[in-house]
Design a protein around this ligand. Structure first.
Ligand SMILES: C[S@@+](CC[C@H](N)C(=O)[O-])C[C@H]1O[C@@H](n2cnc3c(N)ncnc32)[C@H](O)[C@@H]1O
Length: 262
């Protein structure tokens, strides 16, 4: 699902893409995700996400959804000023929530235990201190609520030659309170990035230039996840992983926070 500044497709390619998506069936087991989120109110970090419209169609069943992003202007969403609606479903059955602008690791403006669930799709790999972010998201989730994480499989994108991040490294980022100015991974990324997959950064010089401005653009994948690493994150916070799925491009888990369901 990762889609980082691709070259703009022509009208024919767009039409074929739309047709393919329209004909694609949802993921096996999608009803289990719907059952756990139906009618509940949540927050999405770094959305909206195409995945939740068709492949894992949960937008249409949730009771409400707000969105949070780090900036009022991102390369993925364009302008998304705070105060404007967070449009997660368009068209006749369009649905909106409230758009917040804050960093995923610093959501202090939002009250504790104010949501039933949090969604993060192709977003946690962009965050320099993932455990700090997840800890913050769990603060917002009521006891018994759910965390749905979607992370890209490295073989499906420009990370294909990188190593999966080691668990102790994530703990170290947390202990050192690493923030989005972190450039620890840049040399390794420049070395191993699959440049054939990113026409917008076809060589080291262009990728380096963008990486040095990562605080503004957030395009870096600081870390590379696989299913065991995601489950380790869930287990670290005492979450029970209830559902696991994979697509050709993503790992997906839905985990529950301890306590009585909301
Ligand atoms: C690759 S895009 C994914 C967009 C969408 N979720 C999807 O799957 O199509 C990453 C998203 O995470 C957001 N993001 C990155 N770092 C963030 C941070 N520290 N706090 C909040 N949002 C962040 C980006 O602005 C962008 O919206």
């Amino acid at each position: 699902m990762e889609n980082l500044l691709p070259a703009a497709p022509g009208p024919m390619a767009r039409f074929v893409g739309r047709l393919r998506r329209a004909l694609r069936r949802p993921l096996p087991g999608y009803r289990d995700y719907q059952a756990l989120l139906r009618g509940k109110r949540g927050l999405e970090v770094g959305g909206p996400s195409k995945l939740f419209r068709r492949d894992l169609p949960i937008y249409r069943v949730v009771g409400g959804l707000d969105g949070v992003n780090f900036s009022a202007s991102t390369v993925w969403q364009g302008r998304i000023d705070e105060g404007r609606p967070y449009v997660y479903l368009k068209g006749l059955n369009g649905r909106t929530g409230r758009q917040f602008i804050c960093d995923a690791t610093d959501l202090g403006r939002l009250p504790a235990a104010s949501y039933d669930f949090v969604l993060s799709c192709n977003n946690l790999e962009h965050i320099a201190n993932p455990l700090k972010a997840v800890g913050e998201w769990l603060r917002l989730i009521r006891p018994g609520g759910c965390l749905l994480l979607v992370l890209p499989r490295r073989e499906s994108n420009f990370d294909r030659h990188r190593e999966i991040t080691a668990w102790p490294h994530l703990l170290e980022d947390l202990a050192r309170d690493i923030d989005e100015h972190d450039q620890t991974h840049v040399e390794e990324i420049l070395e191993r990035h699959d440049y054939t997959a990113t026409p917008e950064t076809p060589d080291r010089a262009s990728l380096r230039a963008r990486a040095l401005r990562n605080f503004e653009n957030r395009c870096l994948h600081h870390h590379v996840f696989d299913l065991p690493l995601i489950e380790q994150v869930n287990a670290h916070f005492g979450l029970q992983t209830l559902l696991r799925s994979e697509t050709s491009s993503d790992w997906i888990t839905l985990a529950r926070k301890p306590g009585a369901a909301p």
